[in-house]
Design a binder for this molecule. Structure first.
Ligand SMILES: Cc1cc2nc3c(=O)[nH]c(=O)nc-3n(C[C@H](O)[C@H](O)[C@H](O)COP(=O)(O)OP(=O)(O)OC[C@H]3O[C@@H](n4cnc5c(N)ncnc54)[C@H](O)[C@@H]3O)c2cc1C
Length: 561
């Protein structure tokens, strides 16, 4: 057997760690001794859940993917908290902080990006930012923001993109007054067209976020500690903290120093090797492939798999041909899914839109040559799973493309009037052998929703409808908001809750209720309640014929747990 080679990975973030996992899964250790450098002092964590940590819906321990022990157990050498400073390609050597030096046969860059900080007067003082100014990229950033927010009253977020909005929501959850400053005329301008952006703005304003659109921050003020910002239009806002979320820039300094081909990021081919050095590769946000860089997890994961296939020998000819991207807003309490392009680009593109701005709904699909080229679902994502599948698998769209915007309905028989059944109900054929359907309704704390949803999905129950509701709050953890509201009159006497409804066959009721109770740890959810309701008058839909029957339950019952 040939001697093992030494594989060095720079960056232990989402793409780098995923690559190592994929390589290990393909028995890559038979070919390589694997060494990883990560300048964060931890194992590997799910960066996209930092927004949920900030919003208070996840604890730090919930977001770790691979602990330091995992690296020991799998025989991967991890230099945690060690920054790579230089590479000598003529001697195949990596130089890192603290005098650490490693030889490589293969080298993988997975250095990700850093936040872009635009030039703003008064932002820095000797030794860094004014106290109270933060970027939001790492777990340490999240810790510092949370710590500072505990004693702050008013925050400004620079940037109304996905990250900026998630940061804004996190701070709103922590009881702060939050202002978002955005250069474009609507939030999430990269992903949304103007009408969708307008609907999103209205929805977010309804939640309490205050927007300053079409403006930038000219200066930060304060003596050692931020106390306000000046806007480009001459306006000003006082604040106790500023989060800068104005975009990202790939980390390419070391690659440049090593003489690799770098444009916006490290230039790689379909083999994910650097175009001027076949022994060096790049994956994730620091890679530029076919002129494109990505700022999302999924492309990095796809690249990680291809590179692991190639280097492990599982598929030495695997190639990466680019990614179709989709985005969801995670922590806003707003349903939003965006796929592909937001505007048509060819004359023959077909565009379907549906807008109900007063109810916060906007839907749009762009079809090109019978396939989905882009979509925006805002305020109602009931067709998202179908759209995502059609988009990622590039399936041909249905004959009636309206089905992409609305759940499919069977033909209406002449003698039955449609009474606008809920989208969930309209998707539910009664499974064979089931006597009845039940509606299970749970009123739960917003920060428990994602966990509840995932647990319920693991039972195979994926359809639900949900509404934001308010309840009088004595909830643990949110009590400080109630106190703050009582003291300042900002209206927190009523606390946000989520009312979720699942329609399930009777046989699934018990496991569903059990799961909801376990995930919400009854006793801690204060006045949360679970109801099991009969479904009088709900339409039973048969998908194999055009008939629609009224479904009547034999008895009425209401169980309160
Ligand atoms: C708060 C937040 C929410 C997000 N939400 C989403 C989302 O909902 N969906 C989505 O798809 N994407 C989301 N993203 C983006 C997503 O996290 C990134 O696309 C993804 O992490 C990129 O993976 P990466 O490995 O390229 O970079 P990273 O995950 O940033 O990893 C790079 C690692 O390399 C380390 N490093 C850099 N230089 C060196 C060096 N010289 N030596 C040693 N180590 C080095 C860095 O410290 C870092 O740990 C979010 C990002 C943030 C910050």
């Amino acid at each position: 057997m040939a001697a093992k080679q030494r594989l060095v990975v720079i960056g232990n973030g989402m793409a780098g760690a995923r690559f190592v996992e994929e390589l290990v899964a393909r028995n890559g250790q038979e070919h390589f001794d694997i060494v990883v450098f990560g300048d964060e002092p931890y194992g590997n964590y799910n960066r996209i859940l930092l927004s949920s940590v900030l919003a208070g819906s996840h604890e730090t321990k919930d977001i770790f993917l691979n602990s330091l022990e995992w690296y020991q157990e799998t025989g991967v050498t991890l230099h945690a908290g060690v920054c790579v400073e230089a590479i000598d390609r003529s001697r195949n050597l990596v130089f890192a902080a603290g005098g650490i030096q490693e030889h490589y046969d293969r080298l993988v860059f997975a250095t990700g990006s850093r936040p872009f900080v635009p030039p703003i007067e008064g932002l820095t003082t000797t030794g860094g930012f004014l106290h109270g100014i933060f970027v939001f990229r790492t777990l340490d950033d999240a810790f510092q923001i949370i710590k500072h927010a505990a004693n702050a009253r008013k925050a400004v977020v620079l940037g109304g993109g996905l990250l900026g909005l998630e940061a804004a929501r996190g701070l709103l959850n922590r009881g702060l007054e939050v202002h978002v400053v955005e250069l474009m005329l609507h939030p999430m301008a990269v992903q949304l067209d103007p009408p969708a952006g307008e609907v999103l703005r209205t929805t977010l304003e309804g939640m309490g976020i205050r927007f300053h659109l079409g403006k930038s921050i000219k200066a930060a003020t304060g003596d050692g500690k931020i106390d306000g910002i000046q806007l480009s239009d001459g306006g000003a806002e006082s604040c106790d903290m500023l989060i800068i979320s104005a975009g990202i820039r790939p980390n390419v300094d070391v690659a440049k120093q090593a003489g690799l081909a770098v444009e916006r990021a490290i230039v790689v081919g379909d083999d994910l090797a650097c175009v001027n050095d076949p022994s060096i590769h790049a994956v994730g946000e620091c890679a530029q492939h076919r002129g494109q860089t990505y700022g999302l997890v999924a492309p990095g994961s796809e690249q990680a798999k291809v590179l692991a296939d190639r280097l492990s020998g599982a598929n030495p000819h695997a190639i990466y041909a680019g990614s179709n991207t989709s985005t969801t807003l995670k922590v806003m309490g707003v349903d939003l899914v965006v796929l592909g392009q937001k505007e048509p680009t060819a004359e023959t593109d077909q565009v379907l839109t549906y807008a109900e701005p007063r109810r916060g709904k906007y839907k749009k699909v762009i079809l090109r040559e019978g396939r989905l080229a882009g979509a925006i679902l805002l305020g109602d994502c009931s067709t998202a799973p179908r759209l995502l599948r059609a988009f990622h698998k590039q399936e041909t769209v249905p004959e009636n493309p309206a089905e992409l915007l609305f759940p499919a309905r069977p033909n209406k028989p002449a003698n039955i009037a449609w009474d606008e059944p809920s989208p969930t109900a309209s998707q539910w054929p009664l499974p064979e052998g089931e006597a009845s359907l039940k509606e299970v309704i749970a009123v739960i704390r917003p920060e428990r929703w994602i966990k509840t949803k995932l647990k319920v999905e693991s039972l195979g129950i994926t359809d639900f409808t949900h509404h934001r509701v308010v309840g009088r709050g004595r909830q643990r953890g949110l009590r400080f908001l109630a106190r703050r509201g009582a003291a300042t009159g900002t209206g927190f006497r009523y606390l946000p809750k989520r009312m979720v409804s699942w329609i399930v066959p009777e046989s699934q009721v018990e496991s569903l209720v059990q799961t909801i109770m376990e995930t919400n740890r009854t006793g801690q959810i204060g006045d949360g309640k679970i109801f099991v309701m009969p479904l009088d008058g709900v339409m039973q839909i048969r998908t194999d014929e055009s008939g629609v029957e009224a479904f009547q339950t034999p008895e009425k019952e209401l169980i309160t747990l």
